[in-house]
Design a protein around this ligand. Structure first.
Ligand code: FES
Length: 259
């Protein structure tokens, strides 16, 4: 396979060791990137610099989907929409991509009796969180339709993890939103961990406040630098403006103001 220059300090060029395209528009890229795999924590992300053809595009943030320290591999799982992700999905085994990371603050350690909620591609950091825990508990995985419940099933076959699927149109699992279902399962849980569309987080915040349960949300924001320098990702929180890339992307739910 083509050898790439491996630098052990970020950012570095890393070789792609696997590409999985999942219909209708999702892609998983696996990289041999030991320096990232060794340090990555669930909820952290990398900035990916676009491949040739997208040289003038800004780097993009991607949640880390899995990290295998033994193999020195990390993977990213993303929706292909727009020229940048199309270029990335066009890469294949042996190609190289420049990644900087791991970046940001991830999730705290999962308590024994937690509820995890993933909406759509928000599954990426939560699958990593579940895989890192001894007893991950219950994961609600919701999407609009069955064809958007695309996480490779093997990634969620974990000891101690129960996955409950839900779709808005009822095409797989329960019929309804992930937050509807979370309302049923949250009472009695110690904490809530979630990532997904803002509307889902808004609903989850109401539910968890009613139940008096602490929560951590991974916020997805557009980022330009990823390292706290440009302030392009600033959000208003109970502690003033915070940078999603540096102070997050995971925040305690009580700090985030939802508009
Ligand atoms: Fe530049 Fe966050 S992306 S400060």
């Amino acid at each position: 396979r083509k050898m790439c220059e491996l630098k052990h300090d970020s950012p570095g060029e890393w070789t792609i060791t696997g590409r999985q395209y999942i219909a209708p528009a999702y892609c998983r890229l696996t990289f041999h990137a030991p320096a990232i795999a060794n340090q990555a924590l669930p909820g952290q992300f990398v900035m990916a610099f676009m491949p040739s053809g997208g040289k003038h595009m800004l780097p993009r943030p991607f949640s880390i989907f899995s990290a295998d320290r033994g193999r020195g591999e990390v993977s990213l799982f993303f929706m292909v929409k727009g020229p940048g992700t199309e270029l990335m999905a066009g890469l294949d085994r042996g190609d190289c991509l420049k990644l900087m990371g791991p970046l940001g603050k991830g999730f705290p350690a999962l308590p024994k009796n937690a509820l995890l909620v993933a909406g759509g591609i928000g599954i990426a950091p939560l699958a990593f969180l579940a895989a890192s825990a001894v007893r991950p508990g219950l994961l609600i995985y919701g999407a609009r339709t069955a064809e958007h419940l695309v996480c490779p099933p093997d990634e969620l076959k974990l000891p101690g993890l129960t996955v409950v699927e839900t779709t808005e149109d009822g095409s797989r699992g329960y019929k309804g939103t992930a937050s509807d279902l979370a309302g049923r399962f949250l009472p009695g849980k110690e904490a809530l961990f979630a990532c997904g569309p803002v509307q889902m987080l808004v609903e989850l915040n109401k539910i968890r406040l009613q139940a008096g349960i602490p929560a951590w949300f991974s916020m997805e924001e557009r980022m330009a630098c990823g390292i706290g320098a440009c302030l392009g990702c600033a959000v208003e929180t109970a502690c003033g403006y915070r940078r999603v890339c540096r102070d997050g992307p995971v925040f305690p739910a009580g700090e985030v103001f939802f508009k």
